[in-house]
Design a binder for this molecule. Structure first.
Ligand code: DGY
Length: 476
C-alpha cells in the first residue's frame, strides 16, 4: 500500500496531517535535489574525462592546459595518470611510460619534457639547454631542473585503481627500477649534509612556484634585469601570475646552473636558492614507502628494499626534527643556503599527513593549525598560503588560491590519521569549487569575494583538476 493511501486511512488531527504532508513534500524535494545533484555530478564527470582526453597528445603525454602549458610536466603527469587509470588504463600507462622514458642516465627526471616545438611558452628548450649536462637524455630536450617525486606513489595508486591487477603489476615491474634510480639520484646528489632531506635549487622544482615563502630568498639576491618576452601573460591575466622581477630571479638561478652544466655539486655550492621543502620531501617519503610496498608485492629485490628503508628512517627522523616549528604548529621550509628556517605556514606545511610523517599527536596539532588559520566557514579549504599573513593574495599563483592537487593529498592525509570530518570537507570543498567555477588551475578560497563574477584562475580545462576530481569522486 502506498504511503499516501496509508496516510488517507490514518486517523489523526488536522495538525498531524499537515505535519505529515509537509514532511512528505520535503522528502520528495530532497529526492529531486539529490537526483539533480547526481545528474550534475555525472555531467561534470563526463566533462572531466573530456578535458583529459582533449589534453592527451599524439606523442603519448598530456599537456596541463592548452596554450599556457604546452609540454609534459613531471608532477602534472603523475596526477593525470591517476585520473586516466579510472577509465582508460592504457593512457595512464602511456603517460607514465613517456615521462620515465625522459629520465637522464644519472636517474634524474626533468620537470618539463619538451616533446614538441612550441613557441607559446617561455622559457623553452633553447633557454634551458639540458644538453649541457653530459648525462641528459639524448632522446628528449628538457629543463635541467626537476619537480616533486610523484612517480612512486602514482604507480601504487594506479595499482589500487586498476581492475586487472596482474596487468598493472606487469607494468609496474617494467617501470619501477627507474623510480628507484630516481630516488637514488636524489639521495646521492641532493643531500650534501647527508641528513635524509633533499634540496631543491629552484622555486619551479617545488611545484609551488610563486609561493610567498620564496620572497625571503629573493631578498638575499639581486639578479640582473633580463630582457625577454613573457608568454604566460598572453594566456592568463597578469594579476594572477608572477611579476617581471620575480621572473628575473627565476632566470638568474637557471643561468647559474647552466654556467655549471647543471652539475649537482656545483649547484649545491653556488646556487643562491637551496631549500629543503616539506612538500617535496614528503612526496619523496610517500614514494619511498610505495616503492617498498610494490617491491614486496613483486618479490625479491631485498637489497633495494633495505636501501630504501635506510633512506626512509633517516628522512622521517630529520623531517620531524628539522622541519617542524612547534611555535607555529606546522612544518616549514628550511633555507639551506642561508641556514635558517623560513617561518611561514603554507598548504605544504600539512602535506606530511599524506606521507604518514607526524605522530598522531603532532597530526592533531597540524589539523588544529589548519582549521584555525585556513578553515573558517567563510573559506574553502585549503588556501595555498596562510590567509592571516600579509603576503596572502587570494588571486595570485600559489600566493593564496586553492589547488586541487594539494587538496587531494590533504584529503588522503587527513583520512590516514582518522580526521574523517575534515577530510570530507576537503573533498566537498574541492568538488564545490569545480562545480562553481569549472576545471580551472586554481581557485579563490573566499566564499564571498565581494565581486559579482569571480572567475576560476590560471589555465582553464586544467588536466590535474579534472584527473583528481575523477579520483576524489571515486574515493569514499
Ligand atoms: C610556469 O611556467 O609557471 C611553470 O609552472 C613552471 O613549472
Amino acid at each position: 500500500m502506498c504511503f499516501f493511501t496509508r496516510l488517507s486511512r490514518f486517523k489523526c488531527s488536522d495538525a498531524c496531517v499537515e505535519i505529515l504532508i509537509t514532511f512528505s513534500i520535503q522528502c520528495l524535494a530532497g529526492l529531486t535535489r539529490g537526483y539533480l545533484l547526481d545528474i550534475m555530478k555525472e555531467e561534470l564527470y563526463k566533462k572531466a574525462i573530456a578535458v583529459l582526453d582533449a589534453n592527451f597528445q599524439e606523442g603519448g603525454f598530456t599537456i596541463p592546459s592548452a596554450g599556457l602549458y604546452p609540454f609534459q610536466w613531471k608532477w602534472d603527469s603523475g596526477f593525470i595518470a591517476i585520473g586516466f587509470a579510472h577509465y582508460d588504463v592504457e593512457k595512464a600507462k602511456t603517460e607514465m611510460r613517456t615521462l620515465l622514458d625522459a629520465q637522464w642516465e644519472n636517474g634524474f627526471i626533468p620537470h618539463i619534457v619538451f616533446h614538441t616545438e612550441n613557441d607559446s611558452y617561455f622559457p623553452g628548450a633553447d633557454f634551458h639547454q639540458s644538453e649541457l649536462h653530459p648525462l641528459s637524455s639524448k632522446k628528449y630536450r628538457s629543463t635541467g631542473m626537476t619537480q616533486p617525486p610523484v612517480t612512486g606513489f602514482v604507480l601504487q595508486e594506479m595499482y589500487r585503481i586498476a581492475e586487472d591487477k596482474q596487468d598493472m603489476l606487469n607494468f609496474i615491474k617494467e617501470e619501477i627500477d627507474k623510480v628507484y634510480e630516481n630516488h637514488a639520484y636524489f639521495y646521492s646528489n641532493r643531500d650534501p649534509q647527508d641528513e635524509g632531506l633533499v634540496y631543491i635549487y629552484h622555486n619551479w622544482e617545488s611545484g609551488t612556484d610563486n609561493s610567498p615563502v620564496w620572497d625571503d630568498i629573493w631578498k638575499t639576491m639581486n639578479p640582473p634585469e633580463y630582457t625577454f618576452v613573457r608568454k604566460d601573460t598572453t594566456h592568463v591575466d597578469a594579476s594572477q601570475r608572477p611579476t617581471k622581477r620575480e621572473y628575473d630571479h627565476y632566470l638568474h638561478i637557471i643561468d647559474i646552473a647552466k654556467q655549471n652544466n647543471y652539475d649537482d655539486a656545483k649547484i649545491a655550492e653556488l646556487s643562491p636558492f637551496l631549500v629543503q621543502d616539506p612538500l617535496f620531501n614528503a612526496m619523496l617519503i610517500k614514494s619511498n614507502q610505495a616503492l617498498v610496498d610494490m617491491y614486496i608485492m613483486i618479490g625479491g629485490n631485498e637489497e633495494k628494499i633495505k636501501t630504501i628503508l635506510k633512506w626512509q628512517s633517516k628522512s622521517i627522523e630529520s623531517f620531524n626534527n628539522k622541519l617542524f616549528d612547534a611555535e607555529l604548529g606546522a612544518y616549514v621550509h628550511y633555507d639551506l643556503r642561508n641556514e635558517k628556517p623560513i617561518r611561514h605556514i603554507t598548504s605544504s606545511s600539512f602535506s606530511p599527513l599524506f606521507a604518514n610523517i607526524p605522530s598522531q599527536e603532532r597530526a592533531e596539532v597540524l589539523v588544529k593549525t589548519m582549521m584555525n588559520k585556513f578553515g573558517g566557514e567563510d573559506k574553502y579549504l585549503c588556501a595555498s598560503f596562510d590567509p592571516t599573513n600579509d603576503r596572502f593574495n587570494p588571486k595570485k599563483y600559489w600566493r593564496g588560491p586553492v589547488w586541487i592537487n594539494m587538496n587531494w593529498m590533504l584529503f588522503l592525509g587527513l583520512k590516514n590519521y582518522g580526521f574523517t570530518d575534515v577530510a570530507a570537507r576537503m573533498k566537498q570543498d574541492s568538488i564545490e569549487l569545480i562545480e562553481k567555477y569549472g576545471f580551472y588551475e586554481y581557485f579563490d578560497c573566499r566564499k564571498d569575494t565581494g565581486e559579482e563574477n569571480t572567475p576560476g584562475y590560471g589555465g582553464n580545462n586544467f588536466s590535474w583538476s579534472a584527473a583528481l576530481f575523477i579520483d576524489m569522486v571515486n574515493t569514499p
